[in-house]
Design a binder for this molecule. Structure first.
Ligand code: AMP
Length: 562
């Protein structure tokens, strides 16, 4: 297919903010790509499925370099145009347009060529990588019209700006493939397609199977990350019983980070975080515990990895071990200094079969049967089953006394819903006055702090949309030795900048942080309609993504308590 055809779709999508119109544009385009479902990735502004974590490794600086090389325009001029327009895609569009008046060259760029070149980017490693990466982009830009160049640059920077969220894509797949006749059919279709997506996290596969009416054939398969089930918050024990029913399972809520441990049919262990990152190499200890103490040929197990002090055996809060998640070197040292214990609380695949429809109580029986518990290595989540508020209250007190975060309360008969925040289980924890939020923008400091980003715009989520709720500028350290500093965070964010407007930048929403606050007020200053009072940085959450951050509903509930 001609790449220009896809670019026309991007343009149409960008020109409207209405969800229904976007769905219509998308469904019309799906017709064009029915036989080449992989092109749905390009539509999403990607070249791989969502579960695939390969990244282009192209920063804004490299993209500027590529534009300069392809157009023969000096880097300073590209930067100047970028600063003026705030968007590098628009800058390249403008620069090529201007240039073409004199040269006018453009070949027929195809979606296959764009996909091929962009797919090669993550593979390049070793000497000459930077030049080779730039070369692949230059080659595309050479044959691109201004609008195509804009889309190429936006794709390599993973910021399409056309607003194709997973909800819209799901709805357009339903419309195009299932042709629902009424709202009820539409709702049912959306549920089916969403479940298939949450299992596969691959829109090409879901699109193809929905159109061929083969959604039933989508099954879990160990080795591929699955979205984890998420938990809403209950106010207290009574509220928890009301949501999940009686009797219920009460489990310790451990303060670590979530791991999905997979054993494939070939016996290989793979570990994913809840943001679907593969962290197997970072956790040789967890691989060993799973291999030695879980008696099954294949499985997907859901658990919480909790850090402890190797000398005193005291449990540590999450932030003390969070560095293990992204660490690529000295892994053996870290394994000894910051050991973890696995607290297993669920299983969703066992001996070749999916268990997501099996009741929780049966799933628990399986983990009880196959796990050999070894203290400070691998354990089952501690739990009681009760219908008594009093008994639950005592268990809650015990959990807090032992330093746990709180309790999880689970419906005994519930299935497992990957990716969903359904009320099959709820979390219960004392009010900590904090939320996990995502950084969407930042401001450069002045004076002593010039050159560093020192104030961070944070957002919550509402149906896939990110909405600002405050600016965080306290809680970070001045010096890297003291903890996470302005310099550290500036370095992380600089790689994610997608727009610059004077001293303010917009960044790709990738960094999740826990933000403490005193209270929440209604506020017209932020798009969420709320503002956190006295927001304060507490910790980085490298294990979480924008799907895990606080929802507007949760914020509204907390605000109403004030
Ligand atoms: P929160 O991070 O506050 O949204 O709480 C949900 C998280 O608690 C899950 O994603 C798990 O990582 C963690 N967790 C700790 N213990 C349990 C447990 N027994 N069952 C389920 N989740 C747990």
């Amino acid at each position: 297919m001609k790449y220009s055809k896809l670019c026309e779709v991007y343009e149409k999508l960008e020109s409207t903010s209405k969800g229904l119109e976007k769905t219509k544009i998308l469904s019309e385009f799906l017709k064009e790509i029915e036989n080449t479902p992989e092109l749905i990735y390009l539509l999403q502004g990607k070249v791989f499925p969502d579960y695939d974590e390969r990244e282009s490794g192209i920063s804004i600086q490299l993209a500027i370099k590529a534009i300069s090389k392809a157009t023969g325009i000096k880097e300073e001029i590209v930067i100047k145009e970028f600063k003026k327009l705030g968007d590098l895609g628009k800058a390249v569009e403008f620069l090529i347009e201007k240039k073409q008046q004199s040269t006018l060259f453009s070949q027929n760029l195809t979606t296959e060529k764009v996909m091929n070149n962009l797919r090669k980017l993550p593979e390049l490693q070793g000497q000459g990588t930077v030049d080779n990466k730039v070369g692949l982009i230059v080659e595309l830009l050479h044959s691109a019209t201004p609008i195509e160049a804009k889309s190429i640059i936006r794709t390599v920077l993973s910021d399409m700006k056309v607003g194709v969220g997973s909800g819209l894509l799901r709805d357009s797949i339903v419309d195009f493939c299932l042709k629902p006749k009424n709202i009820e059919e539409k709702k049912q279709g959306a549920e089916l397609v969403q479940t298939a997506y949450d299992i596969t996290t691959d829109f090409a596969e879901v699109f193809e199977k929905t159109c061929k009416h083969k959604l039933q054939s989508i099954e879990l398969s160990p080795g591929k990350p699955v979205k984890v089930m998420l938990f809403p918050k209950a106010k207290d024990i009574r509220d928890a019983f009301e949501i999940v029913g009686k009797p219920a399972t009460f489990e310790f809520k451990y303060d670590g980070f979530r791991m999905m441990i997979n054993k494939t049919n070939e016996g290989e262990i793979k570990i994913f975080t809840r943001r679907l990152d593969n962290v197997t190499n970072q956790f040789p200890d967890a691989v060993k515990y799973a291999k030695e103490n879980i008696n099954a040929k294949s499985f997907i197990i859901d658990c919480e990895a909790v850090g402890f002090n190797p000398k005193t055996k005291e449990y540590k809060p999450f932030q003390d071990i969070s560095q293990r998640i992204k660490r690529k070197y000295d892994i053996n040292i870290l394994e000894k200094e910051l050991p973890i214990e696995l607290n297993i609380f669920d299983i969703i695949f066992y001996e070749g079969k999916s268990l997501i429809k099996t009741p929780f109580i049966e799933r628990r029986k399986i983990i009880e049967k196959i796990i050999k518990q070894v203290p400070f290595k691998i354990k089952l989540a501690e739990q009681i089953i009760t219908e008594s508020e009093e008994e639950a209250e005592k268990f809650y007190e015990r959990a807090l006394e032992e330093g746990q975060e709180g309790l999880m309360v689970k419906n005994l008969q519930a299935p497992y819903k990957p990716g969903a925040r359904v009320g099959y289980a709820v979390k219960l924890k004392p009010d900590a006055n904090d939320f996990d939020l995502i950084i969407t923008g930042a401001e450069y400091g002045t004076g002593k702090r010039a050159g560093w980003l020192t104030s961070f715009d944070v957002s919550c989520q509402d149906e896939g949309q990110l909405l600002e709720i405050g600016k965080v500028s306290t809680g970070l350290k001045e010096k890297p030795e003291q903890g996470l500093s302005f310099i550290d965070l500036t370095e992380k964010l600089k790689k994610l900048i997608i727009e610059e407007h004077g001293t303010h930048v917009l960044v790709k929403p990738e960094i999740v942080i826990t933000v403490g606050y005193q209270n929440i007020q209604k506020s017209p200053s932020y798009s969420s309609g709320y503002a956190l009072r006295f927001p304060r940085f507490k910790t980085l959450r490298p294990d979480r993504s924008k799907l895990d951050i606080a929802t507007l509903d949760e914020i509204r509930n907390e605000a109403e308590k004030n």
